[in-house]
Ligand binder design. Structure first.
Ligand SMILES: [Zn+2]
Length: 437
């Protein structure tokens, strides 16, 4: 569910009050969520930030908002990069009104995945495809259209209902060993078990991956997509860090975690989604008839050459992040001194990390716009920047449009070609602030 920051990124139905630190935290605060070692090494400290998906409705405009530390650690034993869990998954996800079907490019990605998997895994009318965090059926709908039986698992009841209404059977549950055992005992083991952008959002990683092992049928394949830590570090994607993303994976860490639960990664694809993701392929460790592919060996070797299993790899990230903040503020201050009008485009979770960390409010951005009707009329968490319908851009005729979902830069600049009619230009903040005519 990483709730892909896309051209439009819908919001929670209503803002929730979160638990305070310690109330919802892991049983051993400061311990690695995979191996249990003490967390002692900072990757980056982004200060205090509100929950990035807690959009503020107008009737709560005068209410306080809870802020939580956004402090990223790396474990010096397993090299899993992670933040502590300050807020329970129930608070974050049960009313999580993130509807995946709002981005055209994401839907294309999913359709291509289905077209690829059916022949590759020889899926047929007697197979079963199970998706964990199946959202509104954005992906499984394409398997249904091809006559392949599916089952979705989605904790947000309001989102699951949309899936069921479009013919995608969906179980309203959090996924872990207990759900997997129940499904396995009902004869619902999967030939293809997939999860897109959910692994990062799992507080109990061992329970989740242990559940995959239980639910995966004999000879079955698991595919899991997540943003690749290597790209986050190399391309300075610090805004993809937020409270809803508990873990940030290298292939190195993922292989160790899956292996600990009897699953072997045998293949990996590198994808352009979300600034650079991995799609890992796992099978039961004992089914050795599927050997490791050359491309898995390549990514593994590349990560080791870069030093993902050394602390020095993580040491310079924080200063790089601070420098990006200084550059972005330099640009915005300069533009405002010249009387320029700046607005935002998009209201993705990543935008909220960026704006809160940099301290950018309506002093710089008059407003932002988003295609999702679930966000329009609300305010960004923390910065309280108003979110309007995209039509507002034409009326405002801003000099600069700051594109918050930078991973969709080309798609958005294409859609907003009309901004050039009045001489408007586009600004993309990551990997470093850049202006596009
Ligand atoms: Zn660890």
């Amino acid at each position: 569910m990483d709730k892909h920051a896309r051209a439009s990124t819908p919001a929670t139905a209503a803002p929730r009050l979160a638990a305070w630190p310690g109330q919802a935290g892991s049983p051993q605060p400061g311990a690695c969520r995979f191996c249990g070692a003490s967390l002692r090494h900072t990757v980056v400290d982004l200060g205090m930030s509100p929950l990035c998906e807690s959009y503020v409705s107008a009737d709560r405009a005068n209410a306080m908002e809870p802020f939580f530390p956004l402090h990223v650690w790396v474990c010096d034993v397993c090299f899993l990069v992670q933040i502590e869990e300050y807020v329970s998954r129930e608070e974050i996800f049960e009313e999580y009104a993130y509807f995946s079907s709002y981005s055209d490019s994401w839907l294309d990605h999913c359709r291509r995945y289905v077209d690829q998997m059916i022949p590759q895994l020889q899926l047929k009318a007697t197979s079963r495809v199970v998706e964990v965090a199946s959202n509104d059926g954005y992906l499984l709908q394409y398997f249904v259209a091809r006559g392949i039986p599916v089952l979705g698992i989605e904790p947000a009841a309001n989102v699951a209902k949309v899936a069921v209404d479009k013919g995608v059977p969906t179980l309203v549950k959090f996924f872990g060993r207990a759900t997997a055992r129940e499904m396995a005992s009902n004869g619902q083991r999967a030939d293809l078990l997939l999860g897109n952008n959910v692994l990062a959002q799992v507080p109990d990683l061992n329970d989740f991956v242990g559940g995959l092992k239980i639910l995966l049928g004999p000879g079955g394949t698991t595919t899991i997509e997540f943003p690749h830590l290597e790209r986050l570090i190399a391309e300075n994607q610090f805004d993809t860090i937020y409270h809803e993303h508990f873990s940030y994976f290298s292939l190195y860490a993922a292989e160790r975690i899956f292996a600990a639960h009897g699953l072997a990664l045998f293949d990996v694809e590198e994808l352009p989604t979300h600034g650079g993701s991995l799609r890992i392929y796992a099978r039961h460790a004992e089914e050795t008839d599927r050997p490791l592919t050359p491309r898995l060996l390549d990514v593994r070797a590349r990560e080791l050459a870069a030093g993902v299993n050394t602390l020095s790899y993580y040491a310079s990230f924080e200063e790089q992040v601070r420098e990006t903040k200084r550059q972005l503020l330099d640009f915005l201050i300069g533009a405002k001194r010249h009387g320029k009008r700046i607005v935002g485009y998009g209201a993705p979770g990543k935008g909220n990390t960026l704006l809160n960390y940099c301290g950018i409010r309506t002093d710089f951005l008059d407003f932002t716009v988003d295609r999702s009707p679930h966000k329009q009329g609300k305010f960004l968490p923390g910065t309280r920047i108003p979110i309007h319908h995209p039509d507002r851009l034409r009326d405002a005729k801003p000099d600069y449009v700051l594109i918050l979902p930078w991973n969709l830069r080309e798609e958005i600049i294409d859609q907003l070609g009309y901004v050039r009619e009045w001489g408007g230009r586009f600004v993309v903040p990551i990997p470093e602030p850049r202006v596009y005519a």
